[in-house]
Structure formats: structure tokens, C-alpha cells
Design a protein around this ligand. Structure first.
Ligand SMILES: O=C(O)CCC(=O)C(=O)O
Ligand SMILES: [Fe+2]
Length: 196
């Protein structure tokens, strides 16, 4: 079947996405709800652009961020909003774990990105389960094995979709959202986490 004729949800994804590490579900939220939430998150979140240090030089992080939840471990964390609570209640049973915080990322266009990394800060333990919900511009989520970069996969994260990063992912794999010249529209991503 040619790609244009393939309407299955897995369209645009690498074959053989390792099910032990990732589970992708399009349409967690319907289009109308996702449209409304995208605009609301863009408008109402007090976005910040932080800096990152690399080889002793400070760089602006190429995206905007904001933390919400009930943890005191991350400075500046804001209380849950009704919308974030609602999404948390949707993803918790799917993830099979409880989350106490969520990081919002705002990729204003294809020039915004997140570099290769894994989310295994000590405050989350070494094998965290992370629930990721995306709105807006479809972007590719790439993963690669830390010890063998030739082992890699991509998932296109669609408007209103849900990606479960299972507990085995962070230890031996890293992920990124690469810059894209084709991506011109804004994207919001939510990663629900349990901060210990
Ligand atoms: O935007 C995404 O889909 C991923 C974000 C991410 O990896 C992170 O915030 O740690
Ligand atoms: Fe991440």
C-alpha cells in the first residue's frame, strides 16, 4: 500500500516500534477539544524560556516551558488547572501509575526543539513511566539506543494523541524532537511525571 492510501493510525511511524518501551494512541482527545486546549494553553500559560549551560556558555532553551502539579521539588511549579487535572485523570488509568506533576513544552514553530536526552533525573527515579500528550503541529518524536545509535525509531505525534513512555525507556534510550523546516505551526506537549 502506498503511503498516501494508508489511513491506519500507525501511518508515518517506523515499523516495529518497540512495544515494551512505547505505546502510541492517536485521538486520546477529539479534534474540537484538542483545538480548544491548544489555544487555551498557548494563551493562558505563563511561559518561560530558561537557559542551558553547555561548555561554560549559557544558551536560551529553544522552546518555552512551565511546570504544574503538587510537587515542591521543582521551583516555580504552579497548582493544577481544571484542564490539566482532566487530562491527568484520562492518562493515569492508561499509564497504570499516579502522576503528581506535568511539564508543558511550547514549540512555537519548527525552529523550536528538544535535543537528545533521557528523563531519568534522580527526583523521578531511574525507571520512570511518563505520559505524553500532544496538541497542534505534528512533530516527529525520535528515539535511539544510547549504546547503538543505529537502533532508532520515530513516531509522528498527532494533535490530541497520547504516547506512553514505559518504565524501560529512559535507562537505555534517549529521545528528541528535532527542528523541522516543514513545521510552521505551534505545538504544545504535556509530559506527566511522578516527582518523588
Ligand atoms: O515534546 C515532546 O514530545 C517531548 C518532550 C520531552 O522529551 C521532555 O519534555 O522531556
Ligand atoms: Fe523528554
Amino acid at each position: 500500500m502506498t503511503e498516501q492510501l494508508c489511513f491506519f493510525p500507525e501511518a508515518g511511524q517506523s515499523k516495529g516500534l518497540p512495544k515494551k518501551l512505547l505505546a502510541y494512541t492517536p485521538g486520546l482527545l477529539d479534534t474540537a477539544t484538542s483545538d480548544r486546549l491548544l489555544q487555551q494553553f498557548i494563551r493562558e500559560t505563563p511561559w518561560k524560556q530558561t537557559t542551558q549551560k553547555l561548555w561554560d556558555k549559557e544558551y536560551l532553551t529553544p522552546r518555552l516551558t512551565c511546570w504544574y502539579g503538587e510537587t515542591e521539588r521543582i521551583a516555580g511549579t504552579l497548582p493544577w488547572t481544571p484542564e490539566l487535572q482532566m487530562i491527568r485523570e484520562l492518562v493515569e488509568p492508561l499509564a497504570g501509575v499516579r502522576f503528581n506533576s506535568v511539564l508543558l513544552n511550547y514549540y512555537r514553530d519548527g525552529n523550536d526543539s528538544v535535543a537528545w536526552h533521557s528523563d531519568k533525573e534522580s527526583i523521578m527515579g531511574s525507571q520512570p513511566t511518563i505520559a505524553s500528550v500532544s496538541f497542534g503541529q505534528v512533530r516527529s518524536f525520535d528515539i535511539r539506543k544510547k549504546t547503538d545509535h543505529s537502533e532508532h525509531y520515530s513516531v509522528r505525534l498527532e494533535h490530541g494523541s497520547f504516547l506512553l513512555m514505559k518504565s524501560g525507556l529512559q535507562e537505555h534510550w534517549e529521545h528528541r524532537i528535532a527542528k523541522s523546516i516543514k513545521a510552521t505551526k505551534p505545538r504544545i506537549n504535556l509530559t506527566f511525571r511522578l516527582v518523588l
